[in-house]
Design a protein around this ligand. Structure first.
Ligand code: SF4
Length: 64
């Protein structure tokens, strides 16, 4: 799911410590950088919202 990133989302992400990217997902393989479920994850790996105007959420994200 593609979601627009604006200052409000950045502020709420900081305030509520929102996590959504692969490094915080139970299925992330930190050694290889891949997804243990086999999903292509290049667009889900970066947790920073600062230098982007949209984010692609992974529907299979599960907090690790
Ligand atoms: S399930 Fe999605 S968020 Fe989790 S590691 Fe795989 S691609 Fe990343």
């Amino acid at each position: 799911m593609i979601h627009r990133v604006d200052d409000r989302l950045r502020e709420e992400a900081r305030r509520y410590r929102l996590v959504f990217a692969c490094p915080d997902c139970v299925s992330f393989d930190p050694e290889g950088g891949g997804c243990s479920l086999g999903f292509p994850n290049e667009m889900h790996r970066d947790p920073s919202l600062e230098a982007r105007d949209e984010v692609v959420f992974c529907k299979a994200f599960e907090l690790g």
